[in-house]
Design a protein around this ligand. Structure first.
Ligand code: ADP
Ligand code: MG
Length: 323
């Protein structure tokens, strides 16, 4: 069991950002409206994720750290159809196998909750405590008992970069959830969670940049497009400036990026990319997760049609004139 957890940890917990991802996804699954993330030393020293979601019932806390206890068997294809982000029931046991975990949680409004501590897979504490409804996970000394893995960690700046990139994307994907991120006590992100995507863009890219974004909204028989693109003078040197969310999930898509570049065609200097934050909604059967969910790659069953629609919509609404 312990060995299985260590092996699973090798896949689930690659670096501090993987821990943040699993904990934040659990918070979203729990219906949280506010999620506060605080990390120290790139997350290697400490990762804390606090949410105001449903909480975990006291008698279920220990079970939540057992492998596949909550696993709901689903296929890759289903991933885009379901609302819940968790699906394997592997995250908590994997994280607990390679770090020191404390969780304080309450599913009640009575102020009664549970504190559970597990270190290197060993249960240390399971006790009643006072707690507000919601959950606080604190992960200390990630990989403390797997020195070989610890050696693979990059600089604090690199690990922090993975964490902040991930949280920026989640804030963009979920404008109705308020996110905060702190590193060594310094605030790196704060969104209010009022549903306004442009305010999230302002929180991440700055107010000045947000003012230069053009709203895009378009409908098609199969697809819906909603988001913002930067005016041509607001270009970036990196194609990561284009963030796509398909049915709420961050994805990378070469064909969609190309469609945007064609829409801008003569407007962009060479090797410059527009800033873009775009939600694409479609029936789940029209999109397929390619290979592995964490790769963020997708395949669209009617790609040519989608690409044409995206190019047309952005071109029309950017220039205010048809192609
Ligand atoms: P999965 O998300 O795949 O079900 P996890 O190991 O990530 O598996 O989590 C195990 C279970 O613990 C979840 O299914 C959920 O019931 C519970 N849980 C974890 N984090 C939270 C949270 N922040 N709020 C409420 N419940 C949680
Ligand atoms: Mg999970």
């Amino acid at each position: 069991e312990q060995l299985a957890n260590q092996i699973a940890a090798g896949e689930v917990v690659e670096r501090p950002a993987s821990v943040v991802k699993e904990l934040v996804e659990n918070a979203i699954d729990a219906g949280a409206k506010h999620i506060d993330v605080s990390v120290e030393e790139g997350g290697l020293q400490l990762i804390q994720v606090k949410d105001n979601g449903s909480g975990i019932q006291a008698e279920d806390v220990e079970t939540a750290f057992e492998r596949h206890a909550t696993s709901k068997i689903r296929t890759n294809r289903d991933l885009f159809a379901i609302r819940s982000l968790g699906f394997r029931g592997e995250a908590l046991p994997s994280i607990a196998a390679v770090s020191k975990v404390e969780v304080i949680t309450s599913s009640e409004t009575t102020g009664l909750g549970r504190r559970f501590v597990i270190e290197g897979g060993q249960r240390m504490v399971n006790e009643d405590v006072q707690s507000m409804q919601g959950t606080v996970f604190t992960i200390r000394e990630l990989f403390y008992n797997t020195p070989a893995r610890l050696k693979y960690m990059k600089s604090i700046q690199t690990e922090l970069g993975h964490i902040s990139d991930y949280l920026y994307r989640m804030a963009l994907a979920y404008p109705s959830i308020g996110f905060t991120l702190k590193h060594n006590g310094n605030s790196l992100l704060q969104t209010v969670g009022n549903g306004d995507l442009l305010q999230v863009i302002a929180a991440i890219y700055g107010v000045h940049t947000a003012k230069q974004m053009v709203r895009i909204e378009a409908e098609h028989l199969d697809y819906r497009l909603e988001g913002y693109v930067g005016k041509p003078e607001l270009t970036r040197s990196n194609r990561n400036a284009m963030s796509w969310f398909v049915n709420g999930r961050y994805v990378r898509s070469f064909p969609l990026n190309q469609a945007v570049l064609r829409a801008y065609h003569t407007l962009l200097p060479i090797n410059r990319y527009p800033l873009l934050v775009m939600q694409v909604s479609m029936h789940p059967t029209l999109v397929d997760v390619n290979v592995h969910p964490s790769k963020m790659e997708v395949r669209f069953s009617k790609e040519a049609e989608l690409v044409q629609f995206v190019e047309q919509a952005i071109h029309d609404q950017l220039l205010g004139q048809p192609l």
